[in-house]
Design a protein around this ligand. Sequence first.
Ligand SMILES: C[S@@+](CC[C@H](N)C(=O)[O-])C[C@H]1O[C@@H](n2cnc3c(N)ncnc32)[C@H](O)[C@@H]1O
Length: 287
Amino acid sequence: MNFLCPRDSGQYCDATVGVGGHAHAIMERSAPHGRVIGIDRDAEVLKLANENLASFGDRVRLVHAPFSQIRSVLEQASALPLDGCIADLGVSSVQLDQPERGFSFRRSGPLDMRMDRSQGESAAELLQRVDEEELARVLHDLGEERFARKIARAVTRARASGELTSTGALAGLVARSVPRREAKDPATRVFQALRIAVNDELGELDRFLQEAPGCLRPGGRLVVIAFHSLEDRVVKRRFRALAAGDAASAPRFQILTKHVITASASEVAHNPRARSAKLRAAERLPA
Ligand SMILES: C[S@@+](CC[C@H](N)C(=O)[O-])C[C@H]1O[C@@H](n2cnc3c(N)ncnc32)[C@H](O)[C@@H]1O
């Protein structure tokens, strides 16, 4: 909130509204007239956001869409230009904690992992479709997994015998395929890779970072919270390009976070999932 600086009568976009935690904070700080458009590609979490933000009435509008479509969402809502935009990437605790969504390897559920369950290919369908080499590439590139080849071989064997039906079965298979050397569960990177692939998370982020800067007014701020180094690298590079004025057609920005901001020890103690959060912020300069 300190980077976003919400103010009365401002117009904001929470591009990953989730259950509405950030949107709630923006509403309080921009009272009594500030407005928020909340976007999320998950219709199920939007229902919770709707309940959690109901007290703010028509100051909040919620839209079911991928954030790559931010410009058309804002155009349709007549909500341009923005005073600020925040994107808090990845999945929410609500999604992670529901085994039936298939994001968790700790509690078994179907191998789904789609943020938008109304469309697209589930993780189970992806695992059926790809060949061993492509799977190894996904695990290596999107999960930074050293044993990608070994795991891909084990997965393609297991799927032929119909064993791979649940997140628990996949996590068990991964654990048996790699040497256990670290405290982190070996399924962590595999699940991260599959989730990123199923939801085309890097493609979405790239398109969002192309569109969002031009949706801000001069002085407007863009705040992005990433959860792993692949995402953070994309944000860092795009912010640098915007600050350097590399693309003639894009607006110029000033980077507000010289170094990436991470959660304090006390925040992590209170919310362990914040431990990998990486925040960067930038402000649009006058033309
Ligand atoms: C970390 S959570 C955000 C939590 C939110 N800040 C809150 O306070 O509740 C990320 C949310 O972004 C959504 N999401 C992720 N990628 C998205 C995308 N490309 N387009 C729209 N929503 C997306 C997820 O469905 C999830 O609800």
